[in-house]
Ligand binder design. Structure first.
Ligand code: SF4
Ligand code: SF4
Length: 438
């Protein structure tokens, strides 16, 4: 794609990066076929190619974002299916991330929307506040029936519709909190390695059992696990809301504590059980590339970050304790398959450990979770969830496995089939408790 940035514009490293990305696009439109919003809405401006044009216009002409640009960028899930499909290697993620930052800085959203976004950015990365908000949401749930139903014709859902979506996501009960930061779990038997495990924010409130399963599995296989003290939210939630100052501050704070741990007692990897977080931590090197004080450290941390299944694939797991004939529908989270290009490892691990693993039809399409998307765009998100659940039902599973808490909550909202994390099944197969609680 031809671009016409001025030399002065190109002196800005972000614009130079955008220019590189835009020039890689050859307008072929292959990406439209796998874009969930284009598949659902059929509007070119809700396709990757359409959004790329909108972003190009905004950046090149150095215009403030218009309502139209904001509407179509807001509808993007950042699922990155377009990146998997694109034959020209267009790095759509870095382009849309940049567009979201500009929108956040320069576009005046209606007051209620600003307040909602500010509340999400404040509450979600703080587990204590998030827990409290889930308790309040649970109590307020009966009020959901009074709030407006989905309206597919609306250009943008209103506040009440979004509140209804939030209430629907609140769980019926909350488990007790898991272990605190600073905890160390020694390897059982001879130590083969030492890793940090990201504590996560929403996940540690909604499903601490996932990291517990990871700890059990890893220590059983000779890996010492540390929950690093003073670790924060990885920044993914605010990054996707375009609030990069917050996201980068969190990234820097994490880099400091992780590096200290790595240089102290040593770390072979920083393991992540929430693939949405993993994708962002692996991008810290890029996000902080212009920061003289942090660029090298960020690249080092990104190189240490691994999805739990990536790491488990590199160590020998003990033979499965029991042969299970359970049929597992494997839901490939977008952040894992498109963001991190991890597609086979989770399924191979499950198969090797005695499960009958089935691919879900249309597995490249997002389930609609996408960070805060299912709150901010609940109508599109619900349609994607229903489509995902219908596709999952086609393989008649006993359980559904996924590697991302957002997807797990989203899918569980539309099915009675238990949804578990891949690592819970692997823990069970190698001697841990049977999972299966939604
Ligand atoms: S990230 Fe997903 S929703 Fe956004 S343009 Fe790409 S394929 Fe479409
Ligand atoms: S597939 Fe890639 S090159 Fe083709 S239009 Fe989409 S982003 Fe551009």
């Amino acid at each position: 794609m031809k671009t016409e940035f001025s030399p002065a514009q190109l002196a800005d490293p972000d614009i130079a990066e955008a220019n590189k990305i835009l020039r890689a696009c050859v307008h072929c439109g292959f990406c439209t076929a796998t874009c969930p919003t284009y598949v659902l809405l059929g509007d070119e401006l809700d396709s990757p190619r359409g959004r790329i044009y909108l972003i190009k216009e905004m950046l090149e002409k150095d215009r403030p974002p218009t309502q139209e640009v904001v509407k179509h960028i807001d509808r993007c899930l950042s699922c990155l299916a377009c990146m998997t499909t694109c034959p020209s290697g267009v790095h759509y993620m870095h382009l849309v991330d940049q567009a979201r930052v500009r929108i956040e800085k320069e576009y005046a959203r209606p007051l209620t929307e600003r307040l909602l976004r500010a509340a999400l950015a404040w509450v979600l990365p703080r587990p204590g506040l998030f827990r409290l908000s889930m308790i309040v949401a649970r109590l307020a749930r009966p009020l959901a029936a009074l709030l407006p139903a989905p309206n597919e014709a609306a250009a943008s859902p209103n506040l009440l519709r979004r509140i209804k979506a939030m209430l629907a996501l609140a769980p019926g009960s909350l488990p007790a909190p898991g272990p605190a930061g600073g905890s160390v779990f020694p390897a059982l038997g001879a130590r083969r390695g030492r890793v940090a495990l990201l504590q996560g924010c929403a996940q540690q409130v909604l499903a601490p059992r996932i990291n517990q399963a990871a700890i059990n599995l890893l220590t059983r296989h000779g890996i010492e696990v540390v929950l690093v003290k003073d670790e924060q939210c990885c920044g993914a939630l605010t990054h996707h809301l375009g609030r990069d100052d917050d996201a980068l501050a969190r990234a820097r704070a994490n880099i400091v504590v992780w590096l200290k741990e790595a240089e102290g007692d040593g770390l072979d990897a920083i393991l992540v059980t929430t693939s949405g977080c993993g994708t962002v931590i692996k991008d810290y090197g890029f996000m902080l590339r212009e920061d003289r004080d942090f660029a090298a450290a960020a690249a080092k941390i990104s190189a240490l970050a691994k999805d739990i299944t990536e790491y488990l694939g590199s160590i020998e797991l003990q033979p499965a304790q029991q042969q299970s004939d359970l049929v597992i529908a494997y839901h490939s989270a977008c952040s894992l398959q498109h963001g991190q290009k991890i597609t086979h490892a989770p399924k191979e691990l499950l198969s090797k450990n005695g499960f009958v693993v089935k691919d879900v039809p249309e597995s490249h399409l997002c389930c609609g979770s996408a960070g805060t998307y299912n709150i901010l765009q609940p109508d599109i998100a619900n349609r994607l969830r229903d489509r995902k659940v219908a596709n999952i039902a086609k393989v008649k599973p006993d359980m559904i496995a996924a590697g991302n808490i957002g997807c797990m909550v989203q899918i569980a909202g539309g099915t009675s089939v238990p949804v578990v994390h891949t690592v819970e099944l692997l823990d069970w197969a190698t001697g841990g408790p049977r999972p299966g609680l939604n």
